[in-house]
Design a protein around this ligand. Sequence first.
Ligand code: ADP
Ligand code: MG
Length: 493
Amino acid sequence: MSENKNLIEGRTGHWEVVIGLEVHAQVTSKAKLFDGCATDFGADPNTQVGFFTAAMPGMLPVINHKCVDQAIKTGLGLNAVVNKVSVFDRKNYFYADLPCGYQISQFTRPIVTGGHMDIDLDDGESRRINITRLHLEMDAGKSIHDLHPTKTYIDLNRSGIALMEIVSEPEMRSSAEAMAYVKKLRSILRYLGTCDGNMEQGSLRVDANISLRRPGNPFGTRAEIKNVNSIRFLGQAIEFEIGRQLEILEDGGEIVQETRLFDPNKGETRSMRSKEDAHDYRYFPDPDLLPLKLSDKRIEDMKAAMPELPDAKRARLIAEFGLPLYDASVIVSERETADYYEASVAALIAKDKAQGAKLIANWLMGEVFAAMNRDNHTMETLPLKADALAGLVDLILDNTISGKIAKDVFSKMWETGKAPAALVEELGLKQITDTSVIEQAVDTVLAQNADKVAEYKSGKEALFGFFVGQVMKATQGKANPGLVNDLIKSKLS
Ligand code: ADP
Ligand code: MG
């Protein structure tokens, strides 16, 4: 067994945390898994309910091949096996928002098995987590309890929307690893375009299974926390659950296998129901659906159309431009950010691409992100287009403006949407690189500060910065700082 840095120190000795995650990811698709009705979020209640979704007698499910393609794509993105034959089963249970009395899911023969994903940890290390399976199933509707004091309303718009349930092996060992897992999975799904990953709208929901054991012992009994809808809450829920189980186990008690809910207001989990077993659902193959068969060609075609995923993109950015691991990781974490970055680098005129690429990374992670957060923009709504950022960086690289002046130009570009070169012209911000002009300013400053020059010459070298500052001030910050330094140095020696 590999050494685990995350062991928990209890009163009675060490404990190891064991976490396995089940993620429900809503498939990006215009129509539902077995019905042609729409899937738009936020539509008026019960306006997207076809006859099959409403469970009208005699209605038959028709598989939506777009959803199947999305599952294939996701399986490939998770380095998994796409099974050429899979089977849809009925999972029977009664609930008011499930009119037909069963959920169509995949139980014994899922469409995808045996994948893995490398998660990125804060210390810059990565860890491989194995993925047990991915299966397709339909979502249930929504029961709305807070519109009426005594009644519950039912909205079937969500009923029948395709979900991918993605199940991990119990291989995570801390809340931080679980959070990193969801972050990475969400990033991959967004790159693939198979799920929008919007946790607030419920497009991605996490069930966390948690248990504790003595290092080296078999797994302990787990509790499952259902439907966590933010990564921060996931961390909080797991931490609470670890504390709760630790207390019980240290006192010699036993963990009850159960389903729990996390209350974000209280920061705690509470019991919802005792855990059901598979046999409680009376699974059987849905007689209305043939086994799902995939041709080799269909899988190969999907493989050929796969986009570059975050890990590969990160490796390429490092190899191509020599970007530091940290920069590359930040840039690839969201596809929109990576697209913007790459478009910006491609628009550079400067010959030294690597230098420009690093500078663009700095500006993107610094000024652009700060202004984006301040003004509530997203990557898609930025007022500063990728080629405009490249233009600004080009002006720095060819010494038209200094990095400091560039910050002012950036603010103006952000406000006005004007092109960087035009702004520099308009505002007269062009850097002074004419040595004779700078020399004149240096001479004036030194003449006006004869006392300080004397002090400097008698050993007070800290005054050098003062002279530089004065010259920059005299030139409204436009003098080339390197030339200013050189000239002052030569005049004072
Ligand atoms: P179910 O669908 O009934 O919840 P599964 O066998 O599919 O059960 O397991 C669900 C998840 O629970 C998986 O992610 C798995 O890794 C995780 N898991 C299984 N056993 C444990 C355990 N002892 N502690 C923590 N997680 C576990
Ligand atoms: Mg479960």
